[in-house]
Design a protein. Structure first.
Length: 217
């Protein structure tokens, strides 16, 4: 899930030469640099909530989902110069290893923000959907929160990403990209079909709803 990020925000996302806990050696054919380490955690590892974040947290995301996104970057189904370079540098085997690394991590513990304001339109779409428009509940694939913190996903589809606690800006841009057809990495076009039925206000409400859960420090 992602939309083009401003260069100033993204330069560090695929930085090389940095030793990190989740870095992976890339092959000699990589264009970023021979025997360099990708610094994916610089942008994608869980950290206390930051209102300016526009990149997703990958800790505990399903490995097949992460691998599919890296493949989409390699094949041009998702466009982002930094991530496309990273995906090509990793190659298919490196992408699978990196996906497994993140998939094996524990998902961040979350709790509802103290200043959270209810978003009725979003909660309806998340929990009930809108069958008059052919929209299933978001929770049917992405999970629904337990009634009490810390968050526990229920009904989570194996290869669908969790959305609770992801940055609001990232979620809003992702839904916009699906609605405009700019992101094509969704199986059978399901997210594009879903997002194009939403109004801009509904997309914003969903982003606000999911981002209202914060990482517990």
């Amino acid at each position: 899930m992602g939309r083009t990020m401003p260069p100033a925000k993204t330069t560090r996302c695929a930085a090389v030469g940095l030793v990190t806990a989740c870095g992976i050696w890339i092959g000699p054919a990589a264009s970023i640099g021979q025997n360099a380490l990708l610094s994916c955690p610089t942008c994608h590892t869980a950290a206390p909530s930051d209102d300016d974040r526009i990149y997703p947290i990958l800790n505990g995301q399903p490995a097949p989902y992460i691998a599919r996104q890296l493949e989409a970057y390699r094949e041009g189904l998702r466009e982002h110069p930094q991530m496309q370079a990273t995906a090509h540098a990793l190659g298919p085997e490196g992408a699978i290893r990196q996906a497994k690394t993140y998939g094996d991590m524990p998902r961040p513990a979350l709790q509802r923000s103290e200043d959270f304001q209810p978003v009725p339109d979003a909660e309806r779409l998340v929990l009930d959907g809108d069958w008059s428009r052919g929209l299933p509940p978001c929770a049917s694939c992405h999970g629904a929160p337990a009634s009490e913190p810390p968050l526990v996903e229920q009904g989570f589809a194996r290869e669908a990403p969790y959305l609770h606690g992801q940055p609001e800006n990232y979620l809003a841009l992702t839904l916009e990209a699906y609605a405009e057809g700019a992101r094509k990495s969704d199986p059978m076009g399901r997210m594009r079909a879903f997002a194009e039925q939403l109004t801009p206000a509904e997309r914003g409400a969903l982003a606000q709803y999911y981002s209202s859960w914060e990482i517990i420090e």
